[in-house]
Design a protein around this ligand. Structure first.
Ligand code: KG4
Ligand code: ZN
Length: 336
């Protein structure tokens, strides 16, 4: 079964064709990063306009790259929640018109479920139930994932998402947008113990996160350092900030794996590309004999393949939407 998956939830116009949930026949992504860079963050209205310009072309390319036509497609899946509402609406409108004109089944998909599914598309040995840490520019979520794609949300952020904080700190350091990858690279040249930034909620005993305190601590540190003639190396600030974020993410994820006797941890979302997070989590999990999985970068960040992938599972479970499908800015996972 071949599904066309569309995602326009944020600043990437994405379309992909996936066969039987796992075989990626194409995965086309048009990034708008350059359009938003001068504003230092994603501008929602601009994102919607750019999606409108790109969507038809990106869908066509996803079929061309898979050497397929609409006659070969069995269903159309689209992210309809959560995300920027104007951006989501472009994808949903496109998917509905395509489903109607080609007489194909339509499925509205939760973006987070797509991120969670991404690892399963490339790793056959993931066990269930497992712990999934979803960390991106918009989300920080610790979820227990059960067989049949059912979920129990263990915790989430009380304020900023992890990626959002990376982007803000990069802005304070004058590093450009999005800053996650730049901080990751700079940190490799820095000393992670140079500055002792706070680790909020590290010992809270639950699975909730809070990152705005780290962000503020970094901002005050930079302001003070500037006044004193900039004595600190930017690499040390980056590495110390990253150590604080990674420490909290790793500790809570490991705590969840231990408490639920999980044998597998999956890492997904844009921040899952972070080299320190990947290696620290792998080392600590190894000590308790738990395996850590993360997808290749193209499946980590926003993409249409993960949407087509989870849509296959949903379709086989009987999910089908009709043409009244709508977009929603919010959309939490339904607990088991
Ligand atoms: O999943 P994604 O592409 O889009 C959202 O759904 O938000 O994630 C983008 C986020 C940005 O905040 C970006 O700075 C962050 O992922 N990011 C990273 C790295 N690469 C991307 N954060 C830390 N380290 C990285 N290597
Ligand atoms: Zn995402």
């Amino acid at each position: 079964m071949k599904i066309l998956g569309i995602d326009t939830s944020c600043d990437e116009t994405a379309a992909a064709v996936v066969e039987n949930g796992r075989t990626v026949l194409s995965n086309v992504i048009a990034s708008q990063i350059k359009d938003h860079q001068e504003y230092g963050g994603v501008v929602p209205e601009l994102a919607s306009r750019k999606h409108i310009e790109a969507i038809n072309y990106i869908v066509k390319r996803s079929l061309d790259e898979a050497n397929l036509s609409f006659n070969d497609i069995d269903a159309i899946a689209v992210t309809n929640r959560p995300g920027l509402i104007g951006a989501l609406l472009v994808g949903v409108a496109a998917a509905k018109s395509l489903a109607y004109s080609h007489n194909l089944p339509l499925l509205g998909i939760n973006h987070i479920e797509g991120h969670i599914y991404a690892n399963y598309m490339v790793h056959e040995t993931i066990t269930f139930p497992h712990i999934c840490l979803t960390v991106s520019g918009g989300h920080t979520l610790l979820v227990e994932v059960y067989e049949g794609w059912k979920y129990k949300v263990l915790g989430t952020t009380q304020d900023d998402a992890a990626g959002e904080v990376y982007d803000k700190v990069a802005k304070y350091l004058g590093l450009g947008f999005p800053g996650g990858r730049i901080i990751d690279e700079l940190s490799q040249e820095g000393n992670p113990t140079a500055i002792d930034f706070p680790r909020p909620m590290l010992h809270s005993g639950d699975y909730q996160f809070s990152f705005s305190g780290i962000k503020t601590a970094v901002r005050y540190f930079i302001e003070k350092d500037n006044k004193n003639g900039m004595n600190s190396k930017i690499e040390d600030i980056a590495a110390s900030f990253q150590a604080a974020v990674v420490d909290v993410l790793v500790a809570k994820t490991i705590q969840a794996a231990k408490a639920n006797s999980s044998r597998s941890i999956t890492l997904t979302g844009g921040v899952a590309a972070n080299s320190e997070l990947r290696s620290s989590l792998t080392v600590v999990a190894d000590e308790i004999d738990v395996k850590v999985y993360y997808p290749p970068i193209k499946l980590c960040t926003d993409n249409g393949a993960m949407i087509a992938g989870i849509a296959y599972e949903k379709y086989t479970q009987g999910l089908k939407d009709n043409l009244s499908l709508n977009a929603a800015a919010n959309g939490s996972l339904v607990d088991v």
